[in-house]
Design a protein around this ligand. Structure first.
Ligand code: UDP
Length: 310
């Protein structure tokens, strides 16, 4: 029976992954410092004898060593996330993302464990290509803009994981998550869909940043989990990078309108300049669409849930 260690297992995606692997009959141990995750996300798993949790920071190398010694595979999902949070906590963003990943990879090397590394579409930066393919160039902005510290910290994670693969023959798989949505996602740290849903349900104004013409593709978390688990079962995926996301593109203005309509809400839409919403000089991406030909080719996965259903 496989024993999976999930860092960030009390987070939005990590908790769904925990649930999915437990349903498959695996043993699951999570480590989470509850910085953006929450105990509520995992409370219902507590009664399962195959589920174990440790509330601790992943930079605690001793604890990670103990947990890694008894697991077979690690899903490294723990990271600083949420645009509002990464703008307001730049030190943590860099130190958790880089320092934490360093601990995970060093320990995995010691025990020869497979590492499934969660990365992000942010690493493509402000490139304008549609869609983004895994080997595309990265285009990131100045060091004076906090958003790029996040993109760069996750890019360093990818470099480090690939370095462990090539130099130490550590089996690693990197997956870049595009916008992902579903139950349990909190809007507290910036994610747009739960924010809009909450405002719409309360008939409060829905705040669209910028012109609202910027687009995103929102993948359903249950689809995303299937892709991650299938990648972990595919030997050919080792040493490679994969995009995971939906290719159904929607503008943020349209998203607001669709959510208001589906919530039967009387909310109005407010347009707020980026400088006011985030910080002076904030840079957003106009379009962000994942190229998903590679993952389809290697594991036969493509998203199956549309945005309205999600
Ligand atoms: N956004 C918005 N209102 C909000 C939060 C976000 O209009 O309350 C916009 C944000 O500026 C971006 C898009 O929605 O253009 C997606 O934002 P999110 O933070 O969810 O993810 P991102 O794709 O920027 O990482």
């Amino acid at each position: 029976m496989t024993h999976a260690l999930i860092t960030g297992g009390a987070g939005f995606i990590g908790s769904h992954l925990s649930e999915y692997l437990l349903k498959q009959g695996q043993t699951v141990t999570i480590i989470d410092n509850l910085s953006t995750g929450s105990f509520e996300n995992i409370a219902h798993l507590q009664s399962n004898p195959n589920f174990h949790y440790v509330i601790e920071d992943i930079r605690n190398a001793q604890v990670v060593d103990r947990l890694m010694s008894t697991c077979d595979i690690v899903y490294h999902m723990a990271a600083m996330v949420g645009v509002h949070k990464i703008i307001s906590e730049p030190i943590n963003t860099i130190e958790v993302n880089i320092g934490g990943t360093e601990v995970i990879l060093q320990t995995a090397r010691r025990y020869r464990r497979k590492v499934m590394l969660a990365s992000t579409s942010e690493v493509y930066g402000k490139g304008i290509k549609v869609p983004f393919e895994e080997d595309d160039d990265r285009v990131v902005g100045a060091t004076t803009r906090n958003r790029w510290a996040y993109a760069t910290s996750k890019a360093v994670d990818e470099f480090l994981a690939l370095a462990y693969y090539t130099e130490a023959e550590l089996p690693v798989v990197i997956f870049r998550l595009f916008n992902t949505v579903g139950p349990r996602q909190s809007g507290q740290y910036g994610m747009v869909v739960p924010r809009f849903v909450k405002w719409a349900l309360n008939d409060d104004p829905v705040n669209v940043y910028g012109t609202g013409n910027q687009t995103r593709c929102f993948g359903n978390v249950f689809d995303v989990i299937q892709a991650i688990v299938k990648l972990s079962d595919t030997p050919e995926a080792v040493g490679q990078v994969f995009n995971i996301g939906s290719n159904e593109e929607v503008s943020i203005h349209q998203l607001a309108q669709r959510i208001i309509q589906r919530a039967n809400s009387d909310s109005e839409i407010n347009f707020i300049p980026y400088d006011e919403a985030y910080e002076a000089g904030f840079e957003d991406f106009q379009r962000r669409v994942p190229g998903i030909a590679k993952i389809k080719d290697v594991i036969g996965w493509s998203p199956s849930t549309g945005l309205d259903e999600t």
